[in-house]
Design a protein around this ligand. Sequence first.
Ligand code: NDP
Length: 500
Amino acid sequence: MPATFTRQFDTPAYKGKVTVNTGLFINGQYVDSVDKETIDVLDPATGTLITKISAASAKDVDIAVQAAHNAYKTSWGHKVPAYERGRLMNKLADLMEKHAEELSALEALDAGKQYFFAKAVDISATIQNFRYFAGWADKNHGKTIETSEAKFAYTRHEPIGVCGLIVPWNFPLLVASWKVAPALACGNAIILKPSEMTPLTALKVAELSVEAGFPPGVINVLPGYGSVAGQALTEHPKVGKISFTGSTLVGRKIMETAARTNLKRVTLELGGKSPSIIFDDADLDQAVKWASMGIFMHNGQVCAAGSRIFVQEGIYDAFIKAFSTASKSLKLGHGFDPSITQGPCVSQTQMERVLGYIESGKQEGATLLSGGSRLGEEGYFIEPTIFTDVKSDMKIVREEIFGPVAVIAKFKDEAELIEMANDTVYGLASAVYTQNINRAIRVANALETGGVWVNQASLPDFQVPFGGVKQSGYGKEMGEYALESYTVVKAVQINLGAQL
Ligand code: NDP
C-alpha cells in the first residue's frame, strides 16, 4: 500500500492540514511502483525533505498505458456523451475550488512559490482552464463540406486515444491543466507525468478526480524521472500523442523518439529568451513595473520570462535607474511568509546552473549592475540580477537561464531593435512598451515570436493561444486552438449517386 504524506501548516499565510497519497495513480487507484522505487521531494526554500514519492519505471508506464487504453475504448472517448465529459470536468473544477487552499499550500511548498501567488495564479487559473475546456467538450464539431450534388462529405473531430503529458516544475499544476483539460474535453485518456521535483498537486488532483466520478483509467498520474518514465511514455506504441513542456534539449529527444517509434504526434513548449522592448515614448513607471514582473516573477523560472530587455537610447538612463531600484525592493524568502515577493530556485542543480550563467556573464565582460550572488546558505535563493553592456554573442544573451537574471541592451531605432530582438533561436513571446499604437502593431508584426504582449508581460489567458515558433517549439496551448492538438480529423465522403 502506498504511503500518504500529511502536513499540518501553521504559517502566517496558511493554517490547515493537507494529506496526499504518494503512490502512482493508475486505473483509479494509488499503487506502489512495481520496483518499489521512491524519489525524495525537497523543499527548495530549506533544502529539507518534504516526503518520498513512488517513482514510475517503464513497467509502471506500461500498466498505466494499458489502463488508459482500456478506458478510452470502453468508458471514455466517444463511448460517453460529450456533455458528460464536460460535466465531470466541471465537477473536478468545483472540487479543486473547494480544496484550493490545500492545493495552493502544496504548490507553494513543493515549487518554492509564494502561497498567495500559488492561490491567485496557479490554482485559480487551473480551475478557469478546466471550466473553459469543459465548455468545449460538446462543442468541438466537425463540418459538412459542399462538393457536388453527387457527394455528401463531412469531418469528425475524433480523439487521438492515449495522450502522454509531460510537465515541468515551474508551474506544476497550471501547465498540467493546459494539457489535461483540452485532452480530456476532446475525449482522450491521459497519463500525466509531473516533474519528480513537484508532483504533489497532481497527485492530490488525482484523488479529486475519483470523487468527481471519472471512470478508472481515464486519468493516470505517474511521477518519475524524465529519462525513465518520460522516456518510456514517449516510446510506448499505444501512446498516440506526447505534449511536453520543458527544455529544447529534451524536446528534441522527444521528437526523435516519437519519430523512431510509432510517429506519435508531438506538441512542444520549449521556453525562450523573450525580448522585453521599451521605446522612448513608453509610460516609464508602468514599463519598469511590467518589465520587472516579466523577468523576476517566480524568480525568472517562467518559459515566457522577458529575459532580454532592449531599451531605446532616449529613455535608457532613466529606465536603468528605476529598474535597478525596483529589483532591489524585491524580498526573497519562504513562500509562506506573506511579506516576500520572491522564492528560491527549484533545486540545487537549477541554482548552480543559474549561478554558472552569472559567472559567465562576468567573465565575458558584461557589467553586473545589481545582484549576482546566492542569498544565505539555506535553500536555493539567488538575488535578482541585472547585467548591462551586454553583447549579442554572450552566453547570457543567447541561452535560456531560467532564473532571476535580466540582460539589458540599448537600441537606436525600430529597425535596429527588430534585428536585435529576432537574433535568437527562440521565439516564444515578446513584450513591447510604447504609447504609439501604430508602432506597437508594426513591431508586433515584425517580431518572430508565437505571442506578443503590448504594455504588459507574462500574462497568459486561458482563452488565448500560447506557444512558440522557431526552437521554442510548436503547437498551441489554451484557447480554441488547443483543441487541434488533441483531435484527429476524419473525413467521410458519401457517394449520392455517381455510377461507374
Ligand atoms: P527538462 O526539460 O529536462 O525537464 C522537463 C520535464 O521533462 C521533466 O518532467 C523531466 O523529468 C522530463 N524529461 C527529462 N528527460 C526526458 C526524456 N528523455 N523523455 C521525456 N521526458 C523527459 O528541464 P529541467 O528540469 O532539467 O530544466 C533544465 C532547463 O530547461 C531549465 O534551466 C530551463 O531552461 C528549461 N525549462 C524550460 C521550461 C519551460 O517552461 N519551457 C520548464 C522547465 C525547464 P526530470 O525532471 O526527471 O528530468
